[in-house]
Write a protein that binds this ligand. Structure first.
Ligand code: NDP
Length: 449
């Protein structure tokens, strides 16, 4: 590869570090993409001349706002709200809202940056954005969550619109929060604009399969990866971290496809159930009761709860990190490799640290990056927008078949791009290059804006 192309990529990265001090997750996400792009600059000098990568690394708009609200005892709280409208070359900004105490601008930017390429890979007309707040919904009453959501939307609404910016859920934002957010948007604008939020309830504009989509999609992607190596799910042991939206439906689809998930987790620890996680119990504890994962072990005789240590100590053939960023580090990767893990499929966004990714790739362990493997959620959000726009409603079977087709298509695109650029089997490069090329072409076509 040309030395000047590599030097150019390093300069771009140095400038990103300089302009965005302290935003370590954003740096990590940018670096991971840039590492794949030298090969592209070697073939497209116009992207160097027009500073296309530099423009894509700079959000189009970053919104930060105050969110005041009162708890049930009358105490006043002040949270911070964010929406980063990163790139609209392919369509309205699209990406979830995260409510978690760890949320800050750097985290929202990393998520928004990833979202640009993920959305491009789906082949749907959606740009990239992300938002959220450092509000912690855990332990809060429904009334408190509602007041927070109403205050959050009272500022955010002016930036949204079905042709402008369309948020969805993410960590801490599920159907309940989307309901409160939608209600406040409708009240302020006096418009029943279904297409302004996705992940809505099924009775008021939501789409079938949106709830299941990210987890199901990640399982379809894993299945496709194995087929490419002439293998299948049959009888294989999986470990899936987390027990939220992505993990629960990842477990459901893995079981339907013939694998067995023997462990899952939350931030308090993990449970191991050698018979395979019982989904009815898991859904009861986590979805209906909003309880802790230890309660699963209290109810299922074959399971035990581990409060210390790492879920990645549990031997498996397929690991699906589906909780949060940087949850699988180098040490965990070494343990997984030593225990015979053959595939790692990211259900969460950037859950694997760079040293762990390097280790998996060097060991020949099949590795699927989140921006490809977890794109089923946003793809189905785009299907929800499509149904809202045409005032239509598709069946579960029709929607699931579409999701499966999209996921297998994303795998094919990543796989073929990796081959075309001389790194067969490298889905990280394939996803980054394929996603980037689609966005860059549109950015270039729209002129210097
Ligand atoms: P949920 O809030 O439904 O669940 C998150 C799960 O991860 C919970 O079990 C939670 O445990 C655990 N978790 C969160 N933060 C931490 C932490 N710091 N340490 C340990 N465990 C943690 O979120 P989702 O399932 O929706 O999202 C999971 C991941 O998937 C995120 O990275 C998200 O960005 C990504 N994603 C989600 C999509 C979606 O459609 N929902 C789409 C694409 C990606 P606890 O309850 O104890 O906090």
């Amino acid at each position: 590869m040309h030395v000047d192309v590599l030097a150019r990529v390093q300069e771009i990265y140095a400038e990103v570090l300089r302009r965005n001090p302290g935003e370590k997750e954003f740096h990590q996400a940018v670096r991971e993409v840039l590492e794949s792009l030298a090969v592209v600059l070697g073939r497209h000098s116009e992207y160097t001349e027009m500073k296309t990568i530099e423009r894509i690394c700079e959000p189009e708009r970053q919104i930060i706002f105050r969110v005041p609200w009162q708890d049930d005892s009358g105490e006043v709280h002040i949270n911070r709200g964010f929406r980063v409208e990163f790139n609209s070359a392919l369509g309205p900004y699209k990406g979830g809202l995260r409510f978690h105490p760890s949320v800050n601008l750097g985290i929202v930017k990393f998520l928004g940056f990833e979202q640009i390429f993920k959305n491009a890979l789906t082949g749907m007309p959606i740009g990239g954005g992300k938002g959220g707040s450092d509000f912690d919904p855990k332990g809060r009453s429904d009334a408190e969550v509602m007041r927070f959501c109403q205050s959050f939307m009272t500022e955010l609404y002016r930036h949204l619109g079905e042709y402008t910016d369309v948020p969805a859920g993410d960590i801490g934002v599920g159907a309940r929060e989307i309901g409160f957010l939608f209600g406040q948007y409708k009240r302020i604008t006096n418009r029943y604009e279904s297409g302004v939020l996705t992940g809505k309830g099924l009775g008021w504009g939501g789409a079938l399969v949106r709830t299941e989509a990210t987890g199901y999609g990640a399982a379809f992607f894993a299945d496709e990866m194995m087929r490419a190596r002439g293998e299948s799910f049959d009888g294989r042991r999986f470990v899936i971290s987390g027990s939220g939206n992505v993990a629960v439906y990842g477990i459901e689809k893995v079981h339907q496809l013939g694998g067995t998930v023997v462990a899952c987790s939350d931030s308090s620890g993990y449970v191991v159930d050698e018979k395979g996680i019982d989904l009815d119990v898991l859904k009861q504890v986590k979805e209906h009761e909003r309880g802790r994962i230890s309660e699963y072990a209290d109810r299922v005789g074959t399971a035990h709860f581990v409060s210390r240590g790492s879920i990645w100590d549990v031997p498996c053939e397929v690991a699906m990190p589906s909780a949060t960023q940087n949850e699988l580090d180098g040490e965990a990767a070494r343990t997984l490799a030593r225990n015979g893990c053959q595939y790692v499929v990211e259900g969460a966004n950037m859950p694997t640290t760079p040293d762990a990714v390097a280790l998996f790739r060097a060991a020949g362990i099949g590795f699927a990056p989140g921006k490809a493997a977890n794109a089923g959620g946003v793809a189905t959000s785009a299907l929800e927008m499509q149904q809202n726009a045409s005032r239509d409603r598709w069946s579960f079977e029709q929607s699931e078949a579409k999701l499966e087709e999209i996921m297998r298509g994303i795998h094919a695109r990543c796989h073929e791009t990796a081959e075309e650029y001389g790194t067969p089997g490298d889905l990280v490069l394939g996803a980054n290059v394929a996603g980037f090329l689609q966005v860059a072409e549109a950015v270039h076509a729209h002129g210097l804006i």
